[in-house]
Ligand binder design. Structure first.
Ligand SMILES: [Zn+2]
Length: 158
């Protein structure tokens, strides 16, 4: 009997490797990772299951998320997700960010294939196979939603 031939990496395998490298890159060099001095909205989020903690700041211009930043401590998935979330919603309207969150949530909780509009968020498609990681991936989005509500409240109070 000859030695078994190792299988060639499948298309799916290569895609997962690419996704993994994007997540590791955002974890190592998170984008928009800073506290904001003057913000319209701010919220803190925690994922006690994993120990992830995050603070999200937003600055609004009308309905548009003009600036967004975060600081946090936690696992690679939560940090990378926060970093990619900030790049995905910056410059978009609050309604667009909400819609993106809905699609992202669907991606990580079901096995719906990623669509082009998800962009970099597609790297989290594998999370659906690990239910315990869903909270890590969606923590920053829930916190963004709270920060936007905080911002809306501040705007009404003016
Ligand atoms: Zn986590």
């Amino acid at each position: 009997m000859s030695a078994p031939v190792p299988p060639l990496p499948s298309e799916q395998g290569r895609l997962e490797e690419l996704y993994q490298s994007v997540i590791l890159d955002h974890n190592r060099r998170p984008r928009n990772h800073r506290a904001m001095e003057v913000a319209d909205g701010r919220a803190e989020g925690r994922n006690p299951l994993c120990g992830d903690e995050i603070t999200v700041w937003v600055r609004l211009e009308g309905d548009t998320i003009a600036d967004i930043s975060f600081k946090g401590a936690g696992c690679a998935i939560s940090r990378a997700s926060a970093s990619i979330m900030t790049t995905a919603v910056k410059g978009h309207t609050v309604a667009e960010a909400e819609a993106l969150f809905e699609r992202f949530h669907e991606l990580v909780t079901t096995r719906t294939p990623a669509t082009a509009e998800l962009g970099s968020l597609a790297v989290f498609s594998g999370v659906a196979r690990f239910p315990v990681r869903v909270k890590c991936a969606s923590l920053s989005w829930h916190t963004l939603r709270s920060a936007l509500r905080d911002g809306a409240a501040a705007a009404r109070a003016q």
